[in-house]
Design a protein around this ligand. Structure first.
Ligand SMILES: *[C@@H]1O[C@H](CO)[C@@H](O)[C@H](O)[C@H]1NC(C)=O
Length: 202
């Protein structure tokens, strides 16, 4: 083989080798990095959606969609709870009809919606309106939760808790921010939960 040609072969072999080495050496730290921190975050599934992949605006939009579902579910659970102990002999009887299937809608529409906060796979939203504990108890009674029973707690907390289908509804005369609060806790069928805190402000 001619010496010039040999040199050409040798130098291209070195080139190939060094580029191979450089690929390996940039790959290695990547693998280490992805094992250690933000590339590997435990998924936080909320109804099958990994909440880690959503922006704040998207979390807000997700709870908006969930609020629509809650309204409908409260409408239906409210109707079921209201007729549970009444005998209906004829489908045309019912002074109840006018208010039927609207309890969830009227509750949510009487409040302004706040931002959503997240803790793992639990989303919490605050809602606000003017009112006092009497208003909160009136809203609780309108929902007519089943199995309602009084509760008490620290700092002279007093309240009532019951259920509307899979939603737990609790009214308290004081809360973490000191205001009377109607709270609805809703576990999802497919991971995560929603907590809604309806505040009655002065
Ligand atoms: C809540 O109700 C209890 C019992 O009536 C009362 O002692 C307490 O002061 C009330 N708390 C607030 C913040 O109104």
């Amino acid at each position: 083989m001619d010496a010039k040609l040999l040199l050409l072969f040798a130098s291209s072999a070195v080139l190939a080798l060094s580029s191979g080495v450089s690929v390996l050496s940039t790959n290695a730290p990547d693998v280490v990095t992805s094992d250690t921190s933000d590339n590997v975050v435990t998924p936080a599934y909320y109804d099958g959606i990994d909440l880690n992949t959503l922006s704040d605006d998207e979390l807000d939009a997700l709870v908006d969609a969930k609020d629509e579902i809650l309204e409908g579910e409260l409408d239906i659970a409210g109707y079921i709870n209201a007729v549970a102990n009444k005998r209906r002999l004829h489908k045309r009887w019912i002074p109840l009809a006018r208010a039927a299937f609207s309890i969830g809608r009227s509750l949510l529409r009487s409040f302004s919606r706040g931002r959503v906060t997240r803790s793992g796979s639990r989303l919490t939203r605050q809602y606000n309106r003017q009112g006092n504990y009497g208003d909160a108890v009136r809203d609780f009674n309108r929902l007519n939760p089943s199995g309602a029973r009084p509760i008490s707690g620290r700092n002279n907390l007093q309240g009532i808790t019951g259920t509307m289908g899979r939603h737990r509804v609790t009214v308290r005369n004081t809360s973490s921010n000191g205001r009377p609060t109607l709270e609805i806790r809703s576990p999802n069928a497919n991971g995560g939960s929603t907590v809604r805190k309806f505040r009655y402000n002065e």
